[in-house]
Design a protein around this ligand. Structure first.
Ligand code: GUN
Length: 296
């Protein structure tokens, strides 16, 4: 079998068109959504992600504010900035790019962001709402982006066995929560495998849908995949490649070429899940802006 490619660029363009339409409606009322993006330090991958988020804001007409703090910035400095943004009525979303440098306590930072501006859905209040299926918080950008990719590709999730590889707070755990919800686009039987799982390979091989979010380059190989399974690759890893212009290339958590021979659908890296994460971030910012302005 040769897998169909799930085109995240094309599907994110549909979501971003919906975003643009919503922004135009708000602008006609004299309202502009605002997103503050904070980067602490100089991690090159984080710099790239933050710049992509700011660029998409500019394309769509969202007011973006980018804050770059020194790699030695203190908790006090960061918390002071978050407090200022919490109290700024023109800002509807606040995001601190993860991972921050070691002196920053990420849990405290997330707790400091006003839940109503937590467009990442990292705050415990929003994570709890998501878990019980309440829709007045936010949905987390990458996991929700995966749900939309599946839905818009016409892939039935209900009743399927979804195996999630990885248990991070950003992807693995919220992915489990969204996949298991009792609604028509979810309703999966969910297994999460991780570093302590025994027989990981055998369990993944029972999956109808595999979501790879383990952060290890090309970890998922063809021998782990059931014929006809759907494979979603959340990984973004740099591997050294002396033939590449930058000295590295970007690969996912899935060994794409060989897995594409076994799977029925597969997401590429780049151009799969990545653009969806940003599209959902924009959507969350717009929804937050509407709530803060009591629209809808
Ligand atoms: N680092 C990797 N993914 C994310 C994300 O979705 N949000 C933030 N804030 N940091 C990240």
């Amino acid at each position: 079998m040769s897998a169909k490619i799930i085109d995240g660029k094309a599907i994110s363009a549909i979501v971003n068109q919906e975003n643009a339409d919503e922004i135009n409606k708000l602008k006609a009322m004299g309202i502009t959504p605002g997103l503050a993006v904070i980067l602490v330090g100089e991690d090159p991958a984080s710099q790239l992600y933050v710049n992509s988020k700011v660029k998409k804001c500019q394309e769509l007409g969202i007011n973006s504010q980018k804050y770059v703090l020194d790699k030695n910035a203190t908790m006090e400095e960061l918390l002071e900035l978050i407090d200022k943004l919490n109290n700024d009525n023109s800002i509807h979303g606040i995001l601190v790019q993860s991972p921050p440098p070691p002196q920053i306590d990420e849990e405290k930072v997330v707790e400091a962001i006003l839940p109503s501006k937590d467009v990442d859905c990292f705050h415990a209040e929003n994570v709890g709402k998501m878990l019980i299926g309440k829709e007045d918080g936010f949905f987390p950008c990458t996991p929700y982006g995966v749900m939309i990719l599946l839905e818009k590709s016409g892939i039935e999730v209900s009743g399927k066995h979804a195996v999630i590889i990885g248990r991070s707070n950003i992807v693995g755990k919220p992915m489990m929560a969204l996949m298991v919800q009792k609604n028509k686009n979810a309703n999966a039987t969910v297994t999460c495998v991780h570093s302590a799982t025994r027989n990981l390979k055998e369990i993944v091989k029972t999956a109808d849908i595999v979501i790879a979010a383990i952060g290890k380059a090309e970890f998922v190989t063809a021998d782990m995949i059931k014929e006809g399974a759907v494979v979603i690759d959340v990984g973004i890893n740099r591997v050294a490649d002396e033939n590449a212009p930058k000295g590295y290339r970007v690969v996912g958590d899935v060994k794409y070429d060989e897995v594409a021979e076994v799977a029925s659908y597969i997401t590429p890296v780049p151009g799969g899940v990545g653009p969806m994460t940003i599209a959902i971030l924009m959507r969350n910012t717009i929804n937050s802006c509407k709530r803060h302005n009591k629209i809808d």
